[in-house]
Design a binder for this molecule. Structure first.
Ligand code: SF4
Length: 76
């Protein structure tokens, strides 16, 4: 499935650290669990789709990875 959305955590952020969070949309079941467990509001789930919206804020705590039922999130 081709990516139709920005998965990098924000455009125009070349001077900031890159987002470590990646969502594999071939695996994502769009449950929204990752948004609800992320303490940094990195992920946004709306209208059946989840995306990285504040990737630079990620602390690499792995909570979203541990809670994703589809193993669709990778960090690093
Ligand atoms: S690793 Fe932690 S801070 Fe980063 S997106 Fe996942 S839950 Fe949020």
């Amino acid at each position: 499935m081709a990516l139709e959305f920005d998965n990098s955590g924000g455009a125009g952020d070349r001077e900031e650290k890159p987002s470590p969070v990646k969502i594999d949309y071939d695996l994502c079941e769009a449950t929204g669990v990752c948004e609800s467990v992320c303490p940094e509001d990195v992920l946004l789930h709306r209208e059946g789709f989840t995306q990285v919206v504040k990737g630079q804020a990620c602390t690499e705590c792995w909570i979203c990875v541990d809670n994703c039922v589809a193993s669709a999130i990778t960090i690093g």
